[in-house]
Design a protein around this ligand. Structure first.
Ligand code: NAD
Ligand code: UDP
Ligand code: UDP
Length: 343
């Protein structure tokens, strides 16, 4: 049950990016599940550059080896092909648990597998964290708020999720993953961290990811129709991946253990976002309206007061600046692969 998404890079990278020299005492063994994916690979870059030993665990469902190719062969980097649904024994100091497909077409491709990944996968990582005494961070999602009745969303909001809809395998999967995190913390005296991530974009997004940022950019570059699902009045708030990575590392290494929103409150209607992508790419594409998707949240914007107060974190990259980098990346991908048909 894998998508034909695995793409390999060149055999050996010989020039590694520079890494800091950490003393034995400060250097940690950090496990990143889902580390070959979009967010995971940027997190791996940051941890490697900080001078840590990094173990990536990934089943390559949506991840790609080329995302971490530049570290292969580095003595501090280890790549393990493994499905988190199966138990595994490793000795680590910290666990960033990202493994889980994140885009609606990917997580709805095999909903049962998505549920197993969020439940059994998270349980296995919690068992590993408990045995090793590692601190564990879960990448949860703004989707735990469902189609929110509170706007912007604070961490205290319990959410409005359809438990049997097409998005439930992901939303409820993450909700129960959060439940397990705090059950283990309470019963096992472990240290857990929960990041509720809002829509994130940047280089290394999978071109066939099907998310709005990748679809619109690819359509705009190729001069194809830009496809709005529904009337385009629904809103999303977009953050650049570098801000997210900084937020995840700050959360992991801070004392605050409750769930924390990590997102950029810069909110757009999907229609305005389509216009922004069209003008940013100087595209001649037509913007068209298609049927809406079931249970599509009507609005979404993080309240980041807590992250500012507890972590001293806030986003620093403007959406427009992040888009410049992302458009550059997709232009490069399209040059390499020719035509891409967005999901
Ligand atoms: P992604 O699909 O690029 O990355 C997910 C990674 O997990 C991939 O490398 C995939 O191969 C791996 N994976 C999936 N199932 C696995 C399994 N059973 N065993 C081992 N590896 C498995 O997605 P992403 O955007 O990088 O998302 C990373 C994390 O952040 C996910 O947990 C996602 O739910 C969360 N998140 C992302 C966003 C966003 O906008 N990107 C928003 C909210 C939450
Ligand atoms: N687990 C794992 N690696 C470890 C420790 C545990 O994969 O290093 C798995 C274990 O197989 C179990 C899950 O994590 O499925 C939960 O472990 P825990 O010790 O909490 O529960 P138990 O093993 O008692 O069911
Ligand atoms: N969307 C759209 N056209 C697309 C892809 C997505 O209009 O080609 C809309 C989608 O219906 C949703 C928003 O953009 O309202 C964000 O969708 P995405 O899949 O990126 O993320 P999520 O719904 O999980 O926030």
């Amino acid at each position: 049950h894998t998508l034909p998404s695995e793409e390999r890079g060149p055999a050996v990278a010989n020039n590694f990016p520079p890494t800091a020299d950490l003393s034995e005492k400060d250097r940690m063994r950090v496990l990143v599940t889902g580390g070959a994916g979009f967010v995971g690979s940027h997190l791996v870059d940051a941890l490697m550059k900080m001078g840590h030993d990094v173990i990536v665990l990934d089943n390559f469902f949506t991840g790609r080896q080329k995302n971490v190719q530049h570290w292969i062969g580095h003595p501090s980097f280890h790549l393990i092909t493994h499905d988190v649904v199966e138990p595994i024994k490793l000795e680590v100091d910290q666990i960033y648990h990202l493994a889980c497909p994140a885009s609606p077409p990917h997580y709805q491709y095999n909903p049962i597998k998505t549920i197993k990944t969020s439940t059994q996968g998270t349980l296995n990582m919690l068992g590993l964290a408990k045995r090793t005494g590692a601190r564990m961070l879960l990448t949860s999602t703004s989707e735990v708020y469902g189609d929110p009745e509170e706007h912007p969303q604070r961490e205290t909001y319990w959410g409005n999720v359809n438990p049997i809809g097409p998005r439930a395998c992901y939303d409820e999967g993450k909700r129960v993953a959060e439940t397990m995190m705090y059950a283990y913390e309470n019963q096992g005296e472990m240290e857990v961290r929960v990041a509720r991530i809002f829509n994130t974009f940047g280089p290394r997004m999978h071109p066939n990811d099907g998310r709005v940022v990748s679809n619109f950019i690819i359509q705009a570059i190729q001069g194809k129709d830009i496809t709005i699902y529904g009337d385009g009045s629904q809103t999303r708030s977009f953050q650049y991946v570098d801000d997210l990575v900084r937020g995840l590392i700050a959360l992991m290494n801070n004392n605050y253990s409750g769930p924390v929103n990590i997102g950029n409150p810069d909110e757009y209607t999907v229609k305005d976002f389509a216009e922004l992508i069209k003008s940013s790419t100087e595209s001649t594409s037509k913007i068209i309206f298609m049927d809406g998707t079931k249970d599509d949240p009507n609005k979404r914007k993080p309240d980041i007061t807590l992250a500012k107060k507890e972590l001293g974190w806030e986003p620093t990259v403007a959406v427009k600046d992040g888009l410049v980098e992302t458009i550059k990346y997709f232009r490069g991908e399209l040059k390499k692969t020719g035509e891409i048909i967005p999901t």
